[in-house]
Design a protein around this ligand. Structure first.
Ligand SMILES: [Zn+2]
Length: 274
């Protein structure tokens, strides 16, 4: 990913997605907002116990810095599912100004409608952005360990293929900052669930230094699902930034004992004048 200084704040962009003129995308950071304490500073999550007014202001600061209308952003009421919604014109702006209107029971969104920014909010879970430049289709996914084991990636790719006629080999993917294999310790329960869900956890889960604990590589698990779904390796960009290690730049739930803000990854097709 590349750092972009936008004055009031800083965002990151994937190198593989930056080559496309028809696309706007970004990963936000903690910099430039007005929230305080564990939510400092650019918390964009309404659902984490922060002051709603401050969250709304933060979202406006981010949208302004990006030159984007906040009302073009659509958010989901993420619940660690593999539910992927098709977003059309009527979904534009849902969840942008308050939590209640966000798409219920949804962790992934797909659209081919221009000027809808699909947003995903994370603090350790993996934000994944997808783009098919042939069919002009985008997607945003929230893939924590539960979403990963429930296989939100293959679910989203299958929907892009079935609903929009995408070919998996044309799709590009960016996996943003999230809890990395250096820090993501899980217990016996996750290890057992992963074995059942994934079949093989070789290269994905290793024993940790602490007995009865394991290190879960949620990056590798999702990259593998993208490849298995038919994406080309060279179309997949892994940020490789651990949110827990880099918790001063990105919100990390684990680094702050569960009380923290959310950063956002967003993707939007823009209208280009001919
Ligand atoms: Zn780490």
């Amino acid at each position: 990913m590349q750092l972009q200084d936008l004055g009031d704040t800083t965002v990151y962009a994937f190198e593989n997605l930056s080559q496309f003129d028809h696309l706007v995308h970004f990963v936000s950071t903690r910099r430039g907002g007005i929230s305080e304490g564990n939510f400092s500073a650019l918390n964009i999550g309404f659902h984490v116990g922060d002051d709603n007014f401050r969250v709304l202001q933060n979202r406006r600061i981010l949208a302004d810095a990006l030159g984007m209308d906040l009302l073009k952003c659509t958010f989901a009421n993420q619940c660690h599912s593999a539910n992927v919604a098709i977003v059309n014109d009527t979904g534009r702006g849902k969840g942008a100004l308050e939590k209640d209107s966000s798409l219920a029971n949804t962790d992934g969104m797909i659209t081919n409608v221009k000027n809808i920014c699909l947003g995903v909010q994370v603090a350790d879970c993996v934000p994944i952005l997808l783009y098919d430049p042939q069919q002009q289709v985008i997607a945003s996914l929230h893939a924590g360990w539960k979403g990963t084991l429930r296989k939100i990636v293959p679910e989203a790719i299958a929907k892009m293929v079935q609903h929009y006629g995408c070919m998996a080999e044309n799709i590009y993917a960016g996996l943003g900052p999230s809890n990395g294999p250096c820090c993501y310790e899980v217990g016996e329960d996750v290890f057992r669930e992963a074995n059942t869900a994934l079949g093989s956890v070789k290269g994905i889960i290793k024993p940790a230094a602490t007995e009865g604990k394991y290190m879960f590589d949620q990056w590798e698990a999702n990259v593998r699902q993208l490849k298995d779904a038919g994406l080309r390796e060279e179309h997949i960009e892994l940020a490789g930034i651990c949110s827990q290690c880099e918790h001063e730049t990105f919100f990390s739930s684990r680094a702050q004992d569960g009380i923290t803000g959310r950063f956002m990854a967003g993707i939007m097709l823009k209208k280009v004048r001919h």
